[in-house]
Design a protein around this ligand. Structure first.
Ligand code: 5CU
Length: 381
């Protein structure tokens, strides 16, 4: 088929960055007194979901405050009916749903294995109730012993609609460059399950200054902390040689790779000019450059909200065929308007794709859905 004919084909829209907190998970958060937690406040009609370290200062004394912390926990977070409604409203054919941050990172070692099993089974059942429209990224019980985590990978492999795992940056507690995490990377690579890497921990609160918690809302931790966290995590994996050691590992980076597309050249230059690394052969002589790893083992979502950022992500990836559309639903709802209608945040990401690649182009159709269908095999096998 000629390229221009291919571009005429109706292509599906796929959302690979879309979260759910299933009701059983909300129950866990409601039973907690430290973040992550769900709490009710007199000043808020909905319960509040409080997740981020940056929200902790405003949690103190919040009962008496007219400004409750966190975000309203609407039905968008836990209702599958609402997810399907959201998909229909935005003409999304397929969603790859995932548990949102902070996943199971806060659970006790003895409980996380069984909770992972039930959460993953719940996601699997949600997908089975809408065959062909829903797939999911599973969640690993990273606080459990290694054998339990490995068993969870094995379990995920048996679930028909599972297409990878969503992972935060903390790993087993020491980050993703931790040698103890290597067997899990091997297990995921062997199982053909890519990692959807997503931030949660941001940067320390002090970075934002004393005015942040009262005056700047969530802007600094979400706009800057999240992307830097992803960038740092991947840079640490690169420096530790994870990508060379596990060449079959595939990662999809949230928020178009944080700041990686913009900073890959600087990371590469800092490696090249680091006498300590070079003299002591801390990086292998045969190492692949940051660029080479980006273009072979890494995919990026297209959740960047601007043409400028998206173009940079496409350039860094070596082509638009490594980018995949996402919405970040249920985060970033419209303020003060009907949450059941169209969301501006979704429109911004779709518009960035059209502006960067041309509305009717084959490349835009790839980013909007074709790439995800190909890479994640979003069909019955
Ligand atoms: O608004 C937020 O806090 C978030 C979050 O926690 N996770 C996410 O993926 N997007 C926004």
């Amino acid at each position: 088929m000629a390229a221009n004919e291919a571009s005429q084909q109706p292509t599906k829209v796929v959302d690979i960055h879309t979260h759910m907190y299933p009701p059983s998970y909300i129950d866990i958060l409601t039973s907690r007194s430290t973040i992550p937690l769900v709490r009710t406040f007199a000043s808020s009609p909905d319960p509040r979901l409080i997740l981020l370290q940056a929200e902790v200062p405003s949690l103190e004394g919040a009962e008496a405050s007219s400004k409750p912390p966190g975000r309203p926990l609407t039905k968008h977070y836990s209702s599958l009916t609402q997810k399907i409604h959201f998909m229909d409203t935005h003409n999304i054919d397929i969603s790859v749903i995932s548990l949102a941050n902070p996943w199971l990172d806060f659970l006790k070692p003895f409980e996380s294995g069984s909770i992972a099993e039930s959460v993953n089974t719940e996601f699997s059942s949600m997908c089975a109730s809408h065959p062909g429209r829903l797939f999911f990224f599973g969640t690993l019980p990273l606080t459990a012993p290694l054998a339990t985590i490995e068993a969870s990978v094995t379990h995920l492999k048996t679930l028909k609609y599972c297409r990878g795992v969503i992972l935060g940056t903390s790993g087993l507690g020491n980050g993703l460059d931790d040698p103890n995490l290597r067997p899990i990377f091997h297990a995921l690579a062997d199982a053909g399950l890519p990692i959807f890497l997503h931030p949660h921990y941001g940067l320390p609160n002090e970075v934002w200054g004393p005015r942040a918690s009262q005056e700047y809302g969530h802007v600094l931790p979400l706009a800057l902390g999240f992307p830097m966290e992803t960038t740092i995590a991947v840079a640490r994996m690169y420096l530790a040689g994870v990508f060379d050691a596990v060449p079959a590992l595939r990662m999809i980076l949230a928020h178009s790779g944080g700041t990686l597309p913009f900073l890959a050249g600087r990371i590469e230059s800092c490696v090249l000019h680091d006498g300590h690394l070079m003299r002591e052969a801390k990086v292998h002589a045969t190492r692949r450059t940051v660029w080479e790893v980006l273009r072979s083992q890494i995919y990026l979502d297209a959740v960047i909200y601007s043409e400028v950022g998206l173009k940079s992500a496409i350039e860094a990836s070596g082509g638009a065929d490594r980018l995949m559309f996402g919405t970040d639903h249920p985060f970033f709802p419209p303020l003060g308007t009907d949450e059941d209608g169209e969301w501006e945040s979704v429109g911004l990401n779709a518009e960035a794709v059209n502006k960067a690649l041309g509305k009717a182009s084959q490349e835009a159709a790839g980013v909007m859905g074709g790439n995800a269908i190909r890479v994640l095999k979003l069909y019955d096998e």
